[in-house]
Design a protein around this ligand. Structure first.
Ligand code: SAH
Length: 380
């Protein structure tokens, strides 16, 4: 039995609910420069200082911007906010995974997951929506329905709150260094490509050299297969900048129609043709995620078809044995079935990695997010 340790965090730093003006954390560098110019004016470096407070120091109030005068801080506070997300609870798995249950200023809950890498550092899995706009039958998030898109600042602030948690944890443990987030994956709640504009804005901010400075090649966007948005992803240069993961999850349209109804709109051939047409990126391979559902998509024939489908791709398959949760009519295949499937792929020349479930004792594994939040809107 795994140990489950909920940590209640102090109720400080509650975001303001009477939001006025833009949240400065969601503004691009240029937008922030012109905003500062029209509000408090002053030398050009002023905007750079504010940018640093928001994206490097990760402050959550104007009062912390100590190199601005009191009146400048008041002027900014009257015209804008620097609200942050609030980490309500941190659930700690025995395998080192931490799930952050986070609250938005309008009372919605979302989740991010910090996963230790095999080597050094951590991968942070972040959400792009409250609930989800899609209806993939194996995924817990879809049971919440679609609540709303996250704003750019809410997408990137998940990274900052996780970094702040790591700093606090290191201080509490008197550790000589703070653990680092080396990779960010948009594989949490929501379909990132259905929230394209805000996701792109968040990526621009996360990769900005004056901010968190996370390299684009360390960011992965995962999609259920929104064909027009994948085309746009290529057109707007994102395919060359960040990684793309495609949740394939089936090898026939009949099965994929059933488990991922989005397939009835853009089927497997259309999806793969779109991915093939993306500008080639020498740095990054395309990842295909494949949730293994016992008896549904894990047969020898499936393995054979998957090899054929991926021919010509420099592809990498992430095989994810299904993480069970109440309400999903699927089972995880036995370990033997999983390794038989994986071995067949390998013999067919497909690079494959089995993603061992992380944090499933705290409902933090793939497809388990928002399980226990019931209605995701809670009173503040
Ligand atoms: N909407 C995006 C990102 C969220 S899902 C997408 O579809 O890619 C992130 C990954 O978790 C997807 O590959 C999905 O197939 C997988 N997943 C969802 N539910 C799962 C479950 N119950 N067990 C294992 N993997 C699951």
């Amino acid at each position: 039995m795994s140990e489950l340790v909920p940590i209640r965090r102090p109720r400080t730093g509650l975001p303001r609910t009477d939001e006025t003006g833009p949240n400065l954390r969601g503004l691009s560098w240029d937008e922030l420069v012109s905003f500062i110019e029209t509000t408090i004016g002053g030398p050009k470096y002023r905007a750079g200082q504010v940018y640093g407070w928001l994206h490097k120091q990760r402050v959550t109030s104007f009062d912390e911007m100590t190199n601005l005068s009191k009146s400048q801080r008041a002027e900014l506070a009257a015209a804008s906010t620097v609200d942050a997300l609030k980490v309500d609870t941190v659930l700690r798995s025995t395998d080192g995974t931490r799930k952050l249950r986070i609250r938005t200023s309008d009372g919605h809950q979302l989740e991010s997951v910090l996963i230790p890498n095999d080597g050094r550092g951590l991968t942070l899995c972040i959400s792009s929506m409250v609930g989800c706009s899609l209806t993939c039958q194996f995924c817990a998030t879809q049971t919440l329905g679609f609540q709303r898109n996250l704003a750019a600042w809410e997408i990137l602030d998940q990274v900052y709150r996780a970094q702040t948690l790591l700093a606090e944890d290191a201080a509490a443990a008197q550790a000589p260094w703070v653990e680092r987030i080396t990779n960010v994956v948009l594989m949490g709640m929501g379909e990132p490509l259905h929230n394209f504009v805000q996701v792109r804005r968040a990526i621009d901010l996360l990769t900005h050299p004056e901010g968190a400075g996370i390299a684009g090649r360390r960011i992965t966007v995962s999609t259920a297969g929104l064909v027009p948005a994948i085309e746009r992803f290529g057109r707007e240069g994102l395919a060359e900048e960040v990684g793309l993961a495609i949740s394939l999850n089936a090898t026939t349209d009949a099965v994929r129609d059933e488990v991922m109804p989005i397939n009835t709109k853009w089927n497997i051939d259309t999806l793969l043709a779109t991915v093939r047409a993306l500008p080639a990126n020498r740095r990054r391979r395309i990842t295909f995620e494949y949730v293994l559902l016992d008896g549904v998509n894990d047969t020898d024939d499936d393995a054979g078809r998957l090899i054929a489908l991926l021919r010509g791709f420099d592809a990498h398959v992430n095989a994810i044995p299904f993480n069970p949760h109440a309400g999903a009519p699927y089972r995880r295949p036995s370990a033997q079935r999983v390794s038989r499937f994986v071995e067949r792929l390998r013999r067919g020349g497909v690079k494959v990695h089995v993603r061992t479930p992380r944090g499933d004792d705290i409902g933090a594994a793939c497809g388990q997010l928002a399980l226990d939040s019931g209605s995701s809107a809670v009173p503040t």
